[in-house]
Design a protein around this ligand. Structure first.
Ligand SMILES: Nc1ncnc2c1ncn2[C@@H]1O[C@H](COP(=O)(O)OP(=O)(O)OP(=O)(O)O)[C@@H](O)[C@H]1O
Ligand SMILES: [Mg+2]
Length: 400
């Protein structure tokens, strides 16, 4: 809550609303912790699997989600993200396995008794209902008095920083505002878990960035456990406490954004998150600090020794495009303990603050470098030296 006291009345109101929301939910949490005697994951998947006929949408998967965290399901189209979310929501039955919320198995709990807030990409507002009725929708089926409904709706609108719009129709709000109303509708019921399936993908790039921060900020203020689905890696990296990377229905890696980005466990994860260069080679020496890898050009490169490879192993060296440093060839002096090569600029594209280069190293080998614009842009055909530190060279085992 860094900006308290420095912002306008709108934000102050948002903070007050969030605080009163948190006080109520904290009471409920305290009761549940007292009842069970220990803190458990908010959501647990145990051996969860889903088949549609012959299609394996989600392969047997175990996964825990901590209370209050924002977890992103990240992966390409068709990898099973929505299916996993729909199983939590109760819109799809698992073929095998169990899902627990607060330690209670919910496989057979009907949708309306799961206490979940949902925001889906195509889950539009009711066009013929006022904003008030849209937000109040989930409360009408609960035992809540009219006065309380009014109070809760007003508070939810303050939380999404849109107080005073309750009598408008959805068409009288912008796309971003409508998405904030969808958020208000999801949080007004004080859900145990908030489920969001690509909620920002219909928005244009600028608005998307703004809404990303909005969702992130609100999630942190409320501390509501959130499962967020996206296939946008930047979205996942910027918002998540934990990321679950999926491919073809199976879990590839789980971890916090930095771990998943800096220590990908396989080629798929390294390739899916960020711009990576893959260089194949064989380990020729190992000492306490470093591993030496002979690559296909015959050069020997150094990578930090993280203890998981031995001499003779075939590996792929992963280096992010942003990790290389570029120098004019005639000015470069190789440094002990660093990896360096010579190359020629083959192609380049100017992207404003940075430049993307494709650099020819030798026959059949090129690397991709994204370089911050410092002094000048290198010309196509120009000879350059490329340097990268061993700790930016990440090794993964070669898969069959
Ligand atoms: N009702 C269904 N009947 C049959 N197959 C389905 C059904 N729903 C999903 N599938 C299949 O299950 C797989 C996973 O689909 P899912 O919608 O979960 O993917 P996704 O990761 O959400 O993809 P996207 O990013 O495109 O939304 C796909 O192969 C899809 O075709
Ligand atoms: Mg989907």
């Amino acid at each position: 809550m860094a900006y308290e006291g420095t912002q306008g009345p709108e934000v102050q109101r948002q903070l007050r609303a969030c605080r009163s929301f948190c006080a109520e939910t904290a009471n409920r949490e305290r009761e549940s912790t007292l009842a069970t005697g220990k803190k458990q994951p908010m959501v647990q998947f145990k051996g969860i699997m889903k088949k549609f006929g012959k299609v394996m949408a989600v392969e047997k998967m175990d996964f825990d989600i901590e209370e209050g965290s924002l977890v992103t399901l990240l992966g390409p189209s068709g990898c099973g993200k929505t299916t996993l979310l729909r199983m939590v929501a109760g819109l799809e039955q698992p073929t095998e396995g169990d899902i627990f919320i607060k330690g209670v198995r919910i496989n057979d709990t009907p949708i309306h008794k799961r206490n979940l807030g949902m925001i889906f990409q195509n889950y539009a507002l009711f066009p013929h209902k006022t904003i008030f009725d849209n937000v109040a929708f989930g409360l009408k089926y609960r035992n809540v008095s009219r006065d309380e409904i009014r109070q809760k709706v007003n508070r939810a609108l303050e939380m999404v920083r849109l107080p005073g719009v309750e009598n408008r129709m959805p068409s009288q709000l912008s796309g971003g505002q409508q998405q904030r109303i969808a958020m208000a509708r999801a949080i007004v019921i004080e859900p145990d878990v908030l489920l969001m399936d690509e909620p920002l993908s219909a928005l244009d790039e600028n608005l998307r960035e703004e809404m990303r921060r909005e969702v992130d900020n609100l999630q942190q203020l409320l501390g509501v456990t959130t499962i967020f689905v996206t296939h946008d890696q930047r979205e996942a990296l910027s918002m998540s406490d934990q990321i679950l990377v999926m491919k073809d229905g199976s879990k590839q890696q789980e971890g916090d954004p930095q771990t998943v980005y800096n220590e990908p466990v396989n080629h798929f994860v390294a390739d899916f998150l960020g711009h990576s260069n893959f260089i194949r080679g064989e380990i020729v020496a190992v000492d306490a600090l470093h591993v030496k890898i002979r690559i296909e050009t015959g050069d020997v490169l150094l990578a930090d020794n993280r203890g998981n490879f031995t001499v003779g192993d075939r590996v792929e060296l992963v280096v992010r495009a942003q990790r290389f440093d570029l120098f004019p060839k005639e000015e470069f002096q190789a440094k002990e303990g660093m990896n360096s090569f010579e190359g020629r600029i083959k192609d380049r594209s100017y992207m404003g603050g940075e430049v993307s280069y494709f650099i020819e190293l030798g026959v059949d080998r090129e690397i991709h470098i994204i370089s911050m614009m410092r002094t000048r842009i290198y010309d196509i055909g120009e000879k350059v030296s490329v340097q990268v530190a061993p700790h930016h060279c990440h090794l993964i085992a070669i898969e069959n």
